[in-house]
Design a protein around this ligand. Structure first.
Ligand code: HEC
Ligand code: HEC
Ligand code: HEC
Length: 131
């Protein structure tokens, strides 16, 4: 029982040491900075309000794909009345033309790896790799 103080003391020092990067970042105000995706310079609005896009762009993409592939429906009427052709490369990446600084930056931060690019094209990437 006399060892108790020693054990708890040691535990406290150990915990402080392993968690120090966390509270160091909190104290320095550098935590929760977020991925800071690079937004399009010339466009002001997305195909849905920005909060909706943030939360559910994945669902929208799957719905677009199903409509195109299964129902041959290709036109999407946006919340602001604008019409878009439903397409990942042709539409999303037309405005968000820097996939690496937009989609990838966020996905790397969140730890998601969409497999879409196995088939769909990132035009920038093609330019860089020369084909
Ligand atoms: C195995 C290859 C493959 C993968 C992987 C794939 N797709 Fe597709 N996708 C296709 C093909 C083929 C079409 C049909 C193209 C057409 O008819 O215009 C298509 C069409 C689409 C379309 C509508 C048309 C267009 O040009 O964009 C969307 C949106 C889409 N896919 C989204 C996705 C998303 C999101 C993912 C990842 C979650 C994904 N796809 C993964 C092959 C693939
Ligand atoms: C007409 C140009 C345009 C098209 C097409 C477009 N976007 Fe956007 N997107 C924008 C703009 C501009 C913003 C920033 C809007 C704002 O800040 O209010 C944005 C915001 C977003 C955001 C939120 C970013 C953040 O800061 O949280 C996501 C996610 C997104 N778009 C994904 C997509 C996807 C996926 C598609 C295709 C289904 C798409 N966008 C099509 C212009 C576009
Ligand atoms: C603001 C941050 C952010 C931006 C910008 C963003 N995404 Fe995402 N995306 C996420 C998060 C977070 C998830 C995981 C959501 C979940 O699992 O519920 C995700 C998931 C996805 C998925 C589903 C992947 C899977 O395996 O489930 C697809 C497809 C996708 N994003 C496409 C895109 C495309 C295309 C762009 C660029 C045009 C883009 N995203 C931009 C944050 C973002």
């Amino acid at each position: 029982m006399r060892d108790r103080g020693l054990i708890f003391g040691g535990l406290a020092i150990f915990l402080a040491a392993v968690t120090s990067p966390v509270w160091y970042n909190l104290a320095a105000g550098t935590a929760n900075k977020g991925p800071e995706p690079k937004l399009p310079a010339l466009e002001k609005e997305c195909v849905a309000p920005v909060g909706t896009m943030r939360r559910s762009h994945m669902n929208m993409l799957i719905s677009w794909r199903d409509q195109v592939v299964r129902q041959d429906k290709r036109t999407f009427e946006a919340f602001n009345g604008k019409k878009y052709e439903m397409g990942l490369t042709g539409t999303c990446l037309k405005c968000h033309d820097d996939k690496a600084a937009f989609c990838d930056r966020c996905h790397e931060y969140a730890g998601v790896k969409p497999y879409c690019w196995d088939c769909h094209v990132d035009p920038k990437h093609l330019e860089r790799s020369g084909g």
